[in-house]
Design a protein around this ligand. Structure first.
Ligand code: SF4
Ligand code: SF4
Length: 381
């Protein structure tokens, strides 16, 4: 697992998506002193190459002036290692000036679109679709690469055909995210995607992906197949993320991942104190994450998929139970469903007119950003 630091300049966001669980209207905006302290902390903390992802809330709320100074501060301050950047944004606040600043550092942009306008705006709010597409246009015109994550909810799952067709016709790349229970809502499960439905959705996407071979890329399916074939996970959900991923909130507090930012129980330390790994792992949150790792070793011991699943996401498992470890990621049933399906088809004429290419020579197992694994490992027959 490469070293990954998520920077959360604010938890504020101008959008009001119905199922959002991570925005906070009163959240402050990170100042440059916190960025400087983050760099000083990381200089001693770990010497490995590092990827920074700006996440939120909405990271563009920090403004072009913030990125003009923060990006060179990080790149120069950590010039003894390779530094890469990424950003997850709804793009509403994208301007040519902002895009040029980000393009200077070749920052790949992940944004969110849940399918055609009617479906997207039904769950993300009226006007979201147009504003995000406008931002995407500005970003692309100024040299940025934009890909979309599509969140499937308890409601949009009923439109999965229309959503897949939309990405097939418009984008060619689909990355999906299952809506999680919103712990800030009176009805946390209202929008959450049921784990069983999530499993069936993954199998549906596998089939549609193969029917439309060469016309679309479904990143989740690539990652799942790559994990099974390589026998180890290639995205954070399916590796042991503890100790390799951290998030820094607007006030410099350090958390195990962006999903925990703003939750006082999950603060591991603060960049201004320059904590060492042992200090972070001694915190209540650190012990909890370590406890999750042990519980995966115990609970998933007899599961055939443990090597490339590793119990899924600790956030999904820990937070809905108020910080108690009561089991593994509730999406376990979905993971089992799709892993079983991939294995059942492996080595057969598994994918209709497409057949597994077992030769792996020259395949870079570490890269998850290049061409899809299916494009590398499967050939038409
Ligand atoms: S807590 Fe979940 S989302 Fe965060 S890094 Fe770990 S697996 Fe990924
Ligand atoms: S599929 Fe379920 S039981 Fe198996 S490793 Fe993943 S979370 Fe554990």
């Amino acid at each position: 697992m490469p070293f990954h630091v998520m920077l959360i300049p604010t938890l504020g966001c101008p959008s009001k998506c119905n199922y959002c669980w991570s925005s906070d209207a009163g959240s402050p905006i990170m100042d440059l002193d916190t960025v400087k302290k983050t760099v000083l902390w990381l200089r001693k903390f770990r010497k490995d190459d590092v990827t920074f992802t700006f996440h939120g809330g909405e990271p563009l709320l920090a403004g072009a002036g913030f990125y003009k100074k923060a990006l060179p501060m990080i790149a120069k301050g950590l010039s003894d290692r390779n530094v890469a950047f990424a950003m997850q944004t709804n793009l509403w606040l994208m301007t040519p000036e902002m895009a040029k600043v980000l393009a200077k550092y070749s920052i790949p942009i992940g944004s969110s679109l849940d399918g055609p306008k009617e479906i997207n705006d039904m769950q993300r709010g009226k006007g979201y679709y147009e504003r995000t597409l406008k931002g995407a246009r500005i970003a692309r015109e100024n040299g940025l690469d934009v890909k979309f994550i599509c969140t499937f909810t308890s409601r949009s799952i009923g439109y999965k055909e229309a959503i897949f067709d939309y990405f097939l016709e418009n984008g060619g790349t689909l990355k999906l995210h299952p809506a999680l229970p919103s712990l800030k809502s009176d009805d946390p499960g209202e929008w959450a995607l049921d784990p069983k439905e999530y499993g069936e959705l993954l199998v549906y996407l596998l089939d549609r992906y193969l029917e439309n071979w060469g016309r679309v890329e479904v990143m989740n399916i690539d990652h799942l197949c790559k994990g099974v074939f390589m026998r180890r996970g290639v995205v954070c959900t399916f590796v042991d993320c503890v100790g390799d991923t951290f998030a820094v909130g607007p006030d410099g507090n350090i958390y195990p991942c962006y999903r925990f930012v703003g939750m006082p129980d999950f603060v591991m330390g603060n960049v201004s104190d320059g904590p060492a790994m042992d200090d972070l792992m001694r915190s209540k949150a650190g012990k909890l994450m370590e406890g999750y790792r042990k519980s995966v070793d115990k609970n998933c011991r007899s599961c055939a998929h443990i090597r490339y699943c590793r119990g899924g996401c600790p956030y999904n498992a820990i937070v809905p139970t108020s910080g108690k470890i009561k089991g593994v990621d509730p999406h376990c049933v979905a993971y089992k469903r799709i892993f079983d399906e991939i294995i059942a088809r492996q080595g057969q004429e598994m994918f209709g007119s497409v057949h597994i290419e077992t030769a792996m020579a020259g395949f870079d197992p570490v890269s998850v950003g290049g061409p899809g694994v299916m494009q590398i490992m499967i050939k038409r027959i």
